[in-house]
Design a protein around this ligand. Structure first.
Ligand SMILES: Cc1cc2nc3c(=O)[nH]c(=O)nc-3n(C[C@H](O)[C@H](O)[C@H](O)COP(=O)(O)OP(=O)(O)OC[C@H]3O[C@@H](n4cnc5c(N)ncnc54)[C@H](O)[C@@H]3O)c2cc1C
Length: 115
């Protein structure tokens, strides 16, 4: 097996590991990421959870991703598209009623009045 020399080894290819690897590599370091799964992304990974339906299977909102990281990594160029959710939570009740929360305080208040 050929001998390779890495400047940095990152254990785990979740989004923090990937972002670290990007900045280290951009600074000229030779970086290796070791990911135990067959795909990278960690808890922010998109997977097909049912034939034809893809979604992030754990993390579901983009809340703290720094816009500088998005720009530096040219994520929009690589296909990142952030979609606004019309509602934040759908809460079904046992009696068949439901609450659709989010979309602003007025809309949430109206939903409680309706239910
Ligand atoms: C159910 C759930 C919902 C969430 N929802 C949101 C949300 O909506 N919005 C939000 O901003 N955040 C959310 N979070 C938090 C967010 O997902 C985490 O903060 C983020 O994923 C952390 O990223 P990370 O790269 O540090 O770790 P992770 O995403 O956990 O990635 C770690 C990676 O390391 C790999 N790994 C671990 N051990 C080893 C090893 N020994 N060898 C090789 N590889 C290894 C794992 O397979 C994984 O790919 C949620 C978390 C959970 C669990």
């Amino acid at each position: 097996m050929a001998k390779t020399i890495d400047d940095a080894i990152i254990i785990g290819g979740g989004h923090n590991g990937l972002v670290c690897a990007f900045y280290l590599a951009r600074a000229g370091l030779k970086v290796r990421i070791l990911e135990r799964r067959g795909l990278v992304g960690g808890a922010a990974v998109t997977e097909e959870f049912h034939p034809g339906f893809r979604n992030s299977v754990a993390s579901y909102t983009v809340s703290l991703l720094n816009p500088k990281v998005i720009a530096d990594m040219k994520l929009a160029h690589h296909g990142l598209r952030i979609l606004e959710r019309p509602i934040s939570n759908f809460l079904p009740q046992e009696d068949g009623r439901y609450l659709k929360l989010g979309g602003g305080l007025d809309r949430t208040r109206a939903e409680f009045r309706r239910a």
